[in-house]
Design a protein around this ligand. Structure first.
Ligand SMILES: C[S@@+](CC[C@H](N)C(=O)[O-])C[C@H]1O[C@@H](n2cnc3c(N)ncnc32)[C@H](O)[C@@H]1O
Length: 217
Protein backbone atom coordinates (compact mmCIF):
# COMPACT_ATOMS: atom_id res chain seq x y z
CA UNK A 1 0.00 0.00 0.00
CA UNK A 2 1.58 3.31 -1.07
CA UNK A 3 0.08 6.35 0.64
CA UNK A 4 1.41 9.91 0.70
CA UNK A 5 1.51 11.81 3.97
CA UNK A 6 1.39 15.16 2.13
CA UNK A 7 -2.02 16.81 1.67
CA UNK A 8 -1.51 17.60 -2.04
CA UNK A 9 1.79 16.06 -3.05
CA UNK A 10 0.49 16.13 -6.64
CA UNK A 11 0.31 19.94 -6.90
CA UNK A 12 4.11 20.28 -6.74
CA UNK A 13 4.56 17.59 -9.40
CA UNK A 14 2.10 19.37 -11.70
CA UNK A 15 3.83 22.72 -11.12
CA UNK A 16 7.09 21.10 -12.24
CA UNK A 17 5.44 19.67 -15.35
CA UNK A 18 3.88 23.06 -16.08
CA UNK A 19 7.23 24.89 -15.91
CA UNK A 20 8.86 22.28 -18.14
CA UNK A 21 6.01 21.74 -20.62
CA UNK A 22 7.85 22.99 -23.71
CA UNK A 23 10.91 20.95 -22.88
CA UNK A 24 8.79 17.83 -22.23
CA UNK A 25 7.14 18.27 -25.64
CA UNK A 26 10.55 18.59 -27.31
CA UNK A 27 11.83 15.41 -25.65
CA UNK A 28 8.82 13.14 -25.80
CA UNK A 29 6.15 14.33 -28.26
CA UNK A 30 7.73 12.68 -31.30
CA UNK A 31 8.77 9.48 -29.51
CA UNK A 32 7.75 6.38 -31.49
CA UNK A 33 8.54 3.74 -28.82
CA UNK A 34 4.84 3.22 -27.99
CA UNK A 35 3.38 3.41 -31.50
CA UNK A 36 2.41 -0.27 -31.60
CA UNK A 37 0.35 0.18 -28.43
CA UNK A 38 -1.26 3.36 -29.75
CA UNK A 39 -2.08 1.39 -32.93
CA UNK A 40 -3.97 -1.19 -30.82
CA UNK A 41 -5.94 1.65 -29.24
CA UNK A 42 -6.83 3.14 -32.63
CA UNK A 43 -7.89 -0.28 -33.97
CA UNK A 44 -10.10 -0.70 -30.88
CA UNK A 45 -11.73 2.72 -31.39
CA UNK A 46 -14.92 2.84 -33.48
CA UNK A 47 -14.66 4.44 -36.96
CA UNK A 48 -16.17 7.88 -37.56
CA UNK A 49 -16.64 10.63 -34.99
CA UNK A 50 -15.68 8.49 -31.97
CA UNK A 51 -14.97 10.25 -28.67
CA UNK A 52 -11.39 9.71 -27.48
CA UNK A 53 -10.01 10.80 -24.11
CA UNK A 54 -6.28 11.41 -23.56
CA UNK A 55 -6.03 11.63 -19.76
CA UNK A 56 -2.95 13.27 -18.21
CA UNK A 57 -2.26 14.07 -21.84
CA UNK A 58 0.80 16.27 -21.45
CA UNK A 59 1.47 17.69 -24.93
CA UNK A 60 -0.91 15.15 -26.47
CA UNK A 61 1.45 12.39 -27.61
CA UNK A 62 -1.33 9.79 -27.86
CA UNK A 63 -3.91 12.28 -29.10
CA UNK A 64 -1.62 13.21 -32.01
CA UNK A 65 -1.27 9.56 -33.04
CA UNK A 66 -5.05 9.07 -32.88
CA UNK A 67 -5.62 12.29 -34.86
CA UNK A 68 -3.31 11.11 -37.67
CA UNK A 69 -5.17 7.79 -37.98
CA UNK A 70 -8.70 9.07 -37.27
CA UNK A 71 -9.24 12.57 -38.68
CA UNK A 72 -12.93 12.49 -37.67
CA UNK A 73 -12.39 11.55 -34.04
CA UNK A 74 -13.59 13.90 -31.32
CA UNK A 75 -10.44 14.11 -29.16
CA UNK A 76 -10.26 15.59 -25.68
CA UNK A 77 -6.96 16.14 -23.86
CA UNK A 78 -7.22 16.51 -20.08
CA UNK A 79 -4.38 17.64 -17.85
CA UNK A 80 -3.92 19.65 -14.64
CA UNK A 81 -1.09 21.65 -16.23
CA UNK A 82 -2.31 24.61 -18.34
CA UNK A 83 1.00 24.86 -20.20
CA UNK A 84 0.95 21.15 -21.11
CA UNK A 85 -2.55 21.73 -22.51
CA UNK A 86 -1.19 24.73 -24.42
CA UNK A 87 1.34 22.42 -26.05
CA UNK A 88 -1.44 19.93 -26.92
CA UNK A 89 -3.56 22.68 -28.49
CA UNK A 90 -0.52 23.76 -30.56
CA UNK A 91 0.56 20.28 -31.63
CA UNK A 92 -2.69 18.32 -32.16
CA UNK A 93 -5.02 19.70 -34.85
CA UNK A 94 -8.62 20.18 -33.79
CA UNK A 95 -8.15 18.85 -30.26
CA UNK A 96 -10.32 19.97 -27.35
CA UNK A 97 -8.47 20.73 -24.15
CA UNK A 98 -9.84 20.56 -20.62
CA UNK A 99 -7.94 21.63 -17.52
CA UNK A 100 -8.89 19.19 -14.77
CA UNK A 101 -7.46 17.05 -12.02
CA UNK A 102 -7.74 13.36 -13.00
CA UNK A 103 -9.12 12.68 -9.53
CA UNK A 104 -12.21 14.80 -10.26
CA UNK A 105 -13.43 14.62 -13.84
CA UNK A 106 -16.91 15.97 -13.09
CA UNK A 107 -16.30 18.74 -15.68
CA UNK A 108 -16.44 16.09 -18.43
CA UNK A 109 -19.81 14.91 -19.67
CA UNK A 110 -21.01 11.97 -21.74
CA UNK A 111 -19.24 8.71 -22.43
CA UNK A 112 -15.99 8.15 -24.33
CA UNK A 113 -15.43 5.36 -26.87
CA UNK A 114 -11.78 4.82 -25.88
CA UNK A 115 -9.09 6.38 -23.72
CA UNK A 116 -5.38 6.56 -22.98
CA UNK A 117 -3.94 7.12 -19.53
CA UNK A 118 -0.25 7.17 -20.32
CA UNK A 119 2.44 7.94 -17.76
CA UNK A 120 0.05 9.55 -15.30
CA UNK A 121 -0.59 6.77 -12.77
CA UNK A 122 2.79 7.05 -11.05
CA UNK A 123 1.98 10.58 -9.82
CA UNK A 124 -0.72 9.23 -7.50
CA UNK A 125 -0.64 7.33 -4.25
CA UNK A 126 -2.88 4.25 -4.01
CA UNK A 127 -5.99 6.02 -2.73
CA UNK A 128 -5.78 8.65 -5.47
CA UNK A 129 -4.89 6.07 -8.13
CA UNK A 130 -8.11 4.22 -7.25
CA UNK A 131 -10.03 7.48 -7.53
CA UNK A 132 -8.57 8.26 -10.98
CA UNK A 133 -9.36 4.76 -12.25
CA UNK A 134 -12.91 5.03 -10.89
CA UNK A 135 -13.35 8.31 -12.78
CA UNK A 136 -12.02 6.70 -15.98
CA UNK A 137 -14.38 3.76 -15.54
CA UNK A 138 -17.32 6.14 -15.08
CA UNK A 139 -16.48 8.06 -18.27
CA UNK A 140 -15.95 5.09 -20.62
CA UNK A 141 -18.77 3.27 -22.36
CA UNK A 142 -19.01 -0.46 -21.52
CA UNK A 143 -16.46 -2.42 -23.56
CA UNK A 144 -14.42 0.69 -24.45
CA UNK A 145 -10.66 0.23 -24.85
CA UNK A 146 -8.19 1.73 -22.37
CA UNK A 147 -4.43 1.87 -22.87
CA UNK A 148 -2.69 2.46 -19.56
CA UNK A 149 1.07 2.98 -19.66
CA UNK A 150 3.14 3.68 -16.60
CA UNK A 151 6.61 3.41 -15.18
CA UNK A 152 6.99 0.39 -12.93
CA UNK A 153 9.44 -0.63 -10.28
CA UNK A 154 10.02 -1.59 -6.69
CA UNK A 155 7.91 0.47 -4.25
CA UNK A 156 11.15 1.42 -2.45
CA UNK A 157 11.93 3.75 -5.39
CA UNK A 158 8.92 5.89 -4.40
CA UNK A 159 9.78 9.47 -3.51
CA UNK A 160 10.70 12.90 -4.83
CA UNK A 161 12.90 13.30 -7.88
CA UNK A 162 14.49 16.69 -8.60
CA UNK A 163 15.68 18.16 -11.87
CA UNK A 164 18.78 20.38 -12.24
CA UNK A 165 16.73 23.43 -11.16
CA UNK A 166 15.65 21.66 -7.95
CA UNK A 167 12.03 21.33 -9.14
CA UNK A 168 10.43 18.16 -7.78
CA UNK A 169 8.10 15.47 -8.96
CA UNK A 170 6.72 12.83 -6.58
CA UNK A 171 6.61 9.37 -8.15
CA UNK A 172 4.97 6.26 -6.76
CA UNK A 173 6.45 3.01 -8.03
CA UNK A 174 4.45 -0.19 -8.30
CA UNK A 175 5.13 -3.62 -9.69
CA UNK A 176 3.27 -4.83 -12.74
CA UNK A 177 1.01 -7.16 -10.69
CA UNK A 178 0.01 -4.27 -8.39
CA UNK A 179 -0.86 -2.07 -11.37
CA UNK A 180 -3.02 -4.84 -12.82
CA UNK A 181 -4.73 -5.41 -9.46
CA UNK A 182 -5.64 -1.71 -9.21
CA UNK A 183 -7.10 -1.82 -12.71
CA UNK A 184 -9.09 -5.00 -12.10
CA UNK A 185 -10.57 -3.71 -8.88
CA UNK A 186 -11.68 -0.56 -10.75
CA UNK A 187 -13.66 -2.78 -13.17
CA UNK A 188 -11.28 -3.12 -16.13
CA UNK A 189 -10.72 -6.39 -17.98
CA UNK A 190 -7.10 -6.84 -18.97
CA UNK A 191 -6.43 -8.19 -22.46
CA UNK A 192 -2.64 -7.99 -22.41
CA UNK A 193 0.21 -6.55 -20.34
CA UNK A 194 3.67 -5.93 -21.73
CA UNK A 195 6.83 -4.75 -20.01
CA UNK A 196 9.49 -2.87 -21.94
CA UNK A 197 12.59 -0.87 -20.96
CA UNK A 198 11.94 2.86 -20.46
CA UNK A 199 12.94 5.11 -23.42
CA UNK A 200 16.65 5.84 -23.80
CA UNK A 201 16.04 9.56 -23.04
CA UNK A 202 13.98 8.97 -19.85
CA UNK A 203 15.28 10.71 -16.70
CA UNK A 204 15.48 7.40 -14.80
CA UNK A 205 16.09 4.05 -16.49
CA UNK A 206 13.32 1.76 -15.21
CA UNK A 207 10.66 -0.38 -16.84
CA UNK A 208 7.45 0.64 -18.57
CA UNK A 209 4.29 -1.40 -18.18
CA UNK A 210 1.66 -1.14 -20.92
CA UNK A 211 -1.76 -2.56 -20.19
CA UNK A 212 -4.36 -3.05 -22.92
CA UNK A 213 -7.73 -3.23 -21.20
CA UNK A 214 -11.47 -2.87 -21.68
CA UNK A 215 -14.02 -1.28 -19.40
CA UNK A 216 -16.10 -4.12 -17.98
CA UNK A 217 -19.73 -4.31 -19.12
C1 LIG B 1 4.83 12.13 -17.70
S1 LIG B 1 3.60 13.23 -18.30
C2 LIG B 1 2.73 12.18 -19.43
C3 LIG B 1 2.23 12.92 -20.63
C4 LIG B 1 1.71 12.07 -21.78
N1 LIG B 1 0.50 11.36 -21.40
C5 LIG B 1 2.73 11.10 -22.28
O1 LIG B 1 2.40 9.92 -22.48
O2 LIG B 1 3.86 11.51 -22.53
C6 LIG B 1 2.50 13.30 -16.91
C7 LIG B 1 1.38 14.28 -17.08
O3 LIG B 1 0.45 14.06 -16.02
C8 LIG B 1 -0.09 15.30 -15.65
N2 LIG B 1 -0.69 15.20 -14.32
C9 LIG B 1 -0.07 14.92 -13.16
N3 LIG B 1 -0.97 14.96 -12.16
C10 LIG B 1 -2.17 15.24 -12.71
C11 LIG B 1 -3.48 15.41 -12.19
N4 LIG B 1 -3.74 15.33 -10.88
N5 LIG B 1 -4.50 15.64 -13.05
C12 LIG B 1 -4.26 15.77 -14.38
N6 LIG B 1 -3.04 15.66 -14.93
C13 LIG B 1 -2.00 15.39 -14.10
C14 LIG B 1 1.12 16.24 -15.72
O4 LIG B 1 0.76 17.59 -15.75
C15 LIG B 1 1.81 15.75 -17.00
O5 LIG B 1 1.36 16.46 -18.12
Amino acid sequence: MIESAMPDYNAESVATFDKNAARYAERFFALTDYDRFYAWLVAATPQGPARFLDLASGPGNVAAFVRRQRPQADICCVDRSPLMLGQAARLVPGVQIQAADCRDLSALSGLFDSAAFCFGLSYFDDADARQVLAELHRLLRPGAALLLATVAGEPALTGAQSNAAGERVFSFYRRSAEIEALMRSAGFLIEQTQRIPSPANASLQTEDVLVQARRGE
